[in-house]
Design a protein around this ligand. Structure first.
Ligand code: ADP
Length: 533
């Protein structure tokens, strides 16, 4: 049968729209091994995509067959994702740093037809996938062809799966989030309506390709006719390299998790003044500690800082400008209102919609850009894709996010924390985030994380703080401050000074690892040692 064709609302179609209007505009600007910048025009990116698609088509895969794409973000990997989209082959992105065991778990779950890796990567001897190939600027080279399928499909539909992203597990055990073309295309059109980026932008992506924040950067840049500027991992290794690269690539918008900015703010904040063309910074993935955010704003005067809130299950839910300057005494950042075409509703513990300003509830997201479900996990899917609490009779499903927020006077929301950061201590309900925000009001503290650590048959509140320079926190003074500000049951039992909070592969605070380390004091000193290195 002939090659399956993308019909309406396909990721390839949306991202390659600029080919018709501005084919010579740079789609991707990236550094080679020697750090020299190279441009790939929209026309060239499309040609590479067509070339990969022809090679993939030659394998005789059917719509819906999964392809693992192992790479960093580059013109070639973007073309590979687009070629998969065009043929209706859901892509599953994996970073080169992914350990074999994690990759094997993903492979066992999604049973891919093909593992396509970037040219520069060695084959994974220990991971078994039916087909294997590598790709780069010279094309796709098939090493082991998968068995040919019977093709049952002619058209790639908007409801077909575009990709499956496995979450890092900061929100529970890793889940395979299945996104359709319709959802991702609808989401990216909303970004255009909200004017997050425009054709003149050069958008730097800093997240690993397995994190949907990287897909967000690719999607926002190309669907806006802008230029994507992937930042290589080695260029993130030191503040000087990172800022040097962003400056030389004349980046106007940077995407990254809050921890992206921590080293430069700590060691060399003046470097930030070199980012002359920078207009906006979009952060997402977790809360930005307020002292660090203030510092970033001071060092980047006039730069718009945008708080992107959301989960992989809808790519993102809202984008809110951080007020500049941040009001004194601010405890919680606003996550504002949902992006164009979506809505966030707060629901209280009894299932009623929160309408009183000042009250807290769980965020339910109503959006045409929701995920289809968790891969092969109908139970987990049903637990979060639930009937609309406003009126379940419509049969419409909304996404129960697991995040708590407070309703503002104008209907805007302030992020409070995940519902699983709400713990019970001797019968009292405690928000770990509230203790963390109290700790960040102490002088010299730039970031804090609080966890419940098992100790002698009980669980005790244990805090970790990061300071603005060398030295340890004055624990006695810090505990006295907490005792003044918080009820006694919310005062941490102990406070540890760390050089850095442990991070997940996606750059978020790794609370599970932190709890493990704080549970054993010897390992806490290991951690300090390791993160000082
Ligand atoms: P994982 O972290 O497991 O890979 P996700 O990236 O989907 O999974 O994590 C989504 C969660 O991250 C949200 O539900 C929320 O708790 C948190 N989050 C994302 N953006 C923000 C933000 N701007 N402020 C606070 N929390 C955020």
């Amino acid at each position: 049968m002939e090659r399956p064709r993308p019909s309406v609302d396909n990721l390839y179609g949306l991202l390659m729209e600029p080919v018709a209007v501005a084919p010579d505009r740079p789609a991707v600007v990236e550094a080679d091994d020697k750090g020299v910048l190279h441009e790939t025009s929209y026309r060239r990116l499309d040609l590479l995509t067509q070339e990969y698609a022809a090679a993939l088509d030659g394998l005789g895969l059917d719509v819906g067959d999964r392809v693992i794409v192992e790479a960093d973000t580059s013109a070639a990997s973007v073309a590979m994702l687009l070629a998969c989209s065009m043929l209706g082959l859901p892509f599953v992105t994996v970073s080169p740093q992914t350990p074999d065991t994690r990759l094997q778990t993903i492979v066992s779950a999604v049973e891919p037809a093909l593992h396509a890796r970037a040219d520069s990567l060695a084959p994974r001897e220990r991971v078994e996938v039916e087909g294997s190939a590598h790709f780069g600027p010279d094309g796709l080279v098939v090493e082991r062809a998968p068995a040919r399928r019977v093709r049952r499909r002619r058209n790639v539909l908007a409801t077909d799966t575009a990709y499956i992203v496995f979450t890092s597990g900061s929100t529970g055990r890793p889940k395979g989030v299945v996104m359709s073309h319709r959802s991702i295309v609808t989401f990216l059109r909303a970004m255009r309506t909200d004017e997050l980026a425009g054709p003149g932008d050069r958008v730097a992506g800093t997240s690993p390709l397995q994190f949907d924040f990287a897909l967000f950067g690719i999607g926002v840049a190309l669907s806006s006719g802008a230029t994507l500027v992937p930042v290589r991992r080695e260029d993130l290794s030191s503040p000087r390299r990172m800022i040097g690269f962003l400056r030389d690539a004349e980046v106007t918008q940077v995407h990254g998790v809050p921890s992206l900015w921590r080293p430069v703010l700590r060691h060399d904040p003046d470097l930030l003044k070199e980012l002359e063309p920078l207009r906006s910074v979009v952060f997402a993935g977790e809360e930005f500690p307020i002292p660090e955010l203030r510092r970033l704003q001071e060092m980047l005067p006039g730069v718009r800082v945008v708080n992107g809130y959301g989960a992989t299950e809808s790519m993102a839910a809202s984008f809110t400008d951080v007020p500049d300057p941040l009001p004194a005494g601010l405890e919680r950042l606003s996550i504002g209102y949902a992006h164009a075409g979506a809505e966030m509703t707060l629901v209280d513990g009894r299932g009623a919609i929160v309408t009183e300003p000042g009250q807290t509830g769980e965020i339910y997201l109503r959006s045409p850009a929701l995920f289809t479900g968790y891969w092969n996990d109908p139970e987990a899917t049903a637990a979060v894709l639930v009937p609309d609490p406003a009126d379940p009779r419509h049969g419409q499903k909304v996404f129960k996010t697991g995040d708590l927020a407070r309703l503002g006077a104008q209907g805007d929301l302030s992020f409070v924390g995940r519902s699983d950061y709400q713990v019970q201590i001797h019968g009292n309900r405690v928000e770990l985030g509230e203790i963390e925000s109290t700790l960040t009001r102490l002088p010299r503290v730039t970031a804090a994380a609080v966890t419940l650590v098992p100790r002698s048959g009980d669980h005790v509140l244990t805090a970790a703080v990061v300071l603005d320079g060398p030295g340890d926190i004055d624990t006695r003074a810090a505990l006295a401050f907490c005792a003044q500000q918080l009820p006694a049951y919310m005062v941490p039992r102990s406070i540890h000074t760390l050089a850095e909070l442990p991070l997940t592969v996606n750059g978020k605070v790794d609370r599970a690892l932190l709890t493990e380390k704080l549970a054993s004091p010897r390992r806490t000193s290991d951690l300090r040692h390791a993160t000082n290195a």
